[in-house]
Design a protein around this ligand. Structure first.
Ligand code: SAM
Length: 366
């Protein structure tokens, strides 16, 4: 199993994302003899080994099931163990395309945090590129390092470092690593203190892109000042405010439709009252005309319901009435007039920080 590729059969030791529900995806490392317990019952790992990624498996309770999903950076970001705030896919996908990060890119990321964006970056730069990620919090650094190794990310160097104090240069085996980054992503509380330390690690003779991810506008202002002071250009700030829109058609309703509706209500009330008169007359063995029916609005409603339940009027015979009961009309049916409407839904999960982009033409030594 690798985040950079795909395989179809689950083997022991693989990471599986158990899709239990839309808000519940559980990462599991498949191990013979172990059991995943969920509200749908127990799922022995043994039944997963040899199954296909994507398979649906039933629980021990005899109802409910889970799906065994192949890990992707997108699914990982909504199922990973949180150690920090993270970057979600609506932001990470925008940043990747806006900075032009692609296979072969060399990217600096600080800090690593929960490694959410690191997975997306590692997948994008692929085996021919490199991710240089930095984290100063020791246990977060160690957990991220282990996670990247467990997930077989082949193309990263993670460094335990305070980049604001000590910069981005990397020494391995007494040798300076050639970072030559073409893209930089800073998710730090004070990116403006790290920006002046980038010059020695960005690629020469290239246009370098940077994105700083900050939740408040005061941080953005300080970042912009630092970028300008260091010669970065084309500075722009955007916010990704993810939102889902439902688009559908609503039927055009005319004044005649409203009048038809009122006539329909009146007709059904009268039919109901007449039926109640008849029922009571039969019950009391009195002539229909003399049945004593009080027509307060409440009893009218009861009378209508009683009559409806006695002998429902056929929907077809009633015809379609846009505001009342009647036949169902398929949305967009060409026999009727429609207009297009949209409705906003709840916000898509994202960190909704401000993204400050800029570029730097690093031709200093050319
Ligand atoms: N982008 C990450 C993700 O998607 O999972 C989340 C990053 S988290 C919001 C910020 C991280 O930066 C924290 O883990 C913090 O410890 C680290 N950090 C803060 N200041 C730092 C510094 N000066 N040098 C290195 N890491 C730093």
């Amino acid at each position: 199993m690798s985040f950079l590729g795909y395989k179809s059969i689950i083997e022991e030791g693989d990471l599986v994302l158990a899709f239990i529900g839309r808000d519940s995806i559980k990462p599991i490392n498949v191990k013979a003899g172990e059991i995943l317990n969920t509200r749908y019952g127990a799922f022995p790992h043994d039944i997963m080994i040899g199954s296909k990624y994507g398979a649906q498996v039933s629980g021990s309770k005899g109802f409910g099931f889970i799906h065994l999903l192949y890990p992707t950076p997108e699914l990982w970001s909504i199922s990973l163990p949180h150690r920090t705030q993270i970057v979600y896919t609506p932001d990470s996908s925008y940043i990747v395309q806006r900075l032009g990060i692609t296979a072969g890119s060399r990217v600096i990321e600080a800090g690593t945090g929960s490694g959410s964006f690191s997975h997306a970056l590692a997948r994008t730069v692929n085996e021919t590129g490199k991710l240089f990620t930095y984290e100063f919090h020791e246990s977060r650094y160690l957990e991220a390092k282990k996670e990247f190794e467990d997930h077989h990310l082949p193309n990263f160097i993670i460094t335990h470092r305070d980049v604001c104090e000590n910069g981005f240069d990397i020494i391995q085996n007494d040798e300076t690593v050639d970072v030559s980054a073409d893209s930089v992503f800073l998710d730090l509380p004070s990116p403006w203190t790290a920006i002046p330390r980038l010059k020695s690690v960005v690629a020469k003779g290239k246009r370098i892109g940077i994105c700083c991810f900050s939740p408040c506008i005061e941080q953005v202002l300080k970042t912009v000042e630092a970028l300008e002071a260091e010669g970065w250009t084309g500075i722009e700030m955007v916010e990704v405010a993810g939102r889902k829109w439902e688009a559908r058609k609503d039927m055009v309703r005319t004044l005649d439709d409203a009048l038809d509706r009122l006539r329909d209500v009146k007709r059904r009330q009268l039919e109901g009252i007449e039926k109640v008169k008849l029922i009571r007359a039969q019950r009391d063995n009195t002539p229909v005309e003399s049945a004593d029916v009080e027509v307060s609005s409440g009893s009218k409603r009861e009378a209508t319901e009683e009559a409806d339940s006695e002998e429902p009027i056929s929907k077809k015979a009633r015809g379609f009435n846009p505001w009342g009961r009647g036949i169902r009309v398929r949305e967009g049916d060409e026999a009727y007039q429609w207009f297009n409407v949209t409705r906003g839904e709840g916000e898509v999960k994202s960190h909704t920080s401000y993204l400050t982009f800029a570029h730097y033409l690093n031709f200093d030594d050319e």
